[in-house]
Ligand binder design. Sequence first.
Ligand code: KE4
Length: 429
Amino acid sequence: MGSKSHELFTRAQQLMPGGVNSPARAFGAVGGEPIVMERAEGSRLIDVDGAEYIDYIGSWGPMILGHGHPHVVEALEAAITKGTSFGAPTEAENQLAELIIDAVPSVEKVRLVNSGTEATMSAIRLARGHTGRDVIVKFAGNYHGHVDSLLVAAGSAAATLGVPDSPGVTAGTTRDTMVLTYNDVDGLARAFADHGDAIAGVILEPVVGNMGTVPGSPEFLRAARELCSQHGAVLIFDEVMTGFRVAHGGAQALFGIMPDLTTLGKIVGGGLPIGAYGGKQEIMDNVLPAGKVFQAGTLSGNPIATAAGIATLTMLRDDPPYERLERTSARLAVGLDEAARTARIPHTVRRVGSMLTLFFHPDPVENWGTASQCDTGLFAKYFWSMLERGVYLPCSQYEAMFVSAAHTDDQISDTIDAARVTFTKYGPK
Ligand code: KE4
């Protein structure tokens, strides 16, 4: 910890709750004090004391091209001279909407918002408005932003109806949220058998990033699709993290399963605040002013954020980095796996494209029940040892690492070397 970082973070704690503007950054799961960053370039973060790190959070997903990509910077410089926000329609919104619709197979119409949370909040409201039903099904270990009705833990085993997971969220808000087990086909089938005519929608991360990287099994994703179709419920893929990450068309393109609605964020804003929700025209045309489902936002689709999103999605379309990301990410995953195995540390590695997680658990992680058994104490030691060696990992066992197009082969090798040293230190003697 450098002295300027400590001084600034001490002051931050007097100004903002916990000194941060999002709890994920507070190092709560690994202990110690967050590091105050000054700037970022490509795949590197540089802190206020001048120390450099290989960056594997990439702003929690958005920075797939790396920080400060010239095309994004140019687009922002051009946009900012015309004004930052008009509160009126602009051509840029058409361009970003077209890039999303052309890329994401199930999306026919899209609404731009300002965050992933706004996207998921709006999508579940739309599912309820479209179907006239109340119940939303979600899965333990899936995170969809801080939407009141999705901040739930599994309720009593039988009903599995949600109970609030945060002070300030009322029982009334979560009463219509059902929490099931991810990758549990039978559990989902039973929920539809018992409550099918009340279920407005099912929301899931097709590849979970928020319990660590856990892909939905083909059987599970297919069952979700079929059961929603049979019972007239809306299938919502929360692709805020996987959209434009695991493939140009997201997880739905990778797995060939088409949801009714898709939520997006992170990469579609190129590092600026943008979320989006989209899907079948017949459903989207329920949204005000085309339809009656209310949703609005002062800065939705603003010229600066859309400029960064357009530049980013245009590059992902015209010069797709996915083959290179597959190579570098696979080498990283194999290297981490071998380093932990050599040190005889119980672990598993899960990876989909350029998002991956090393779990300190001996068995494959398929759901929250297994994920929650990870050795998070060992993860904290791993995190700090890697940080001391210039590798900045996500500060929780339950987050995904992200590899960007800017990560070099040498940086991947350096990361694996740092892991070898770390695991030798912390492995069984
Ligand atoms: P935002 O409101 O943070 O833009 O998006 C919420 C969200 C929705 N859906 C998924 C699948 C997400 O992963 C997220 C946000 N992800 C977290 C990291 N796991 C953001 C980090 C943070 O909260 O600071």
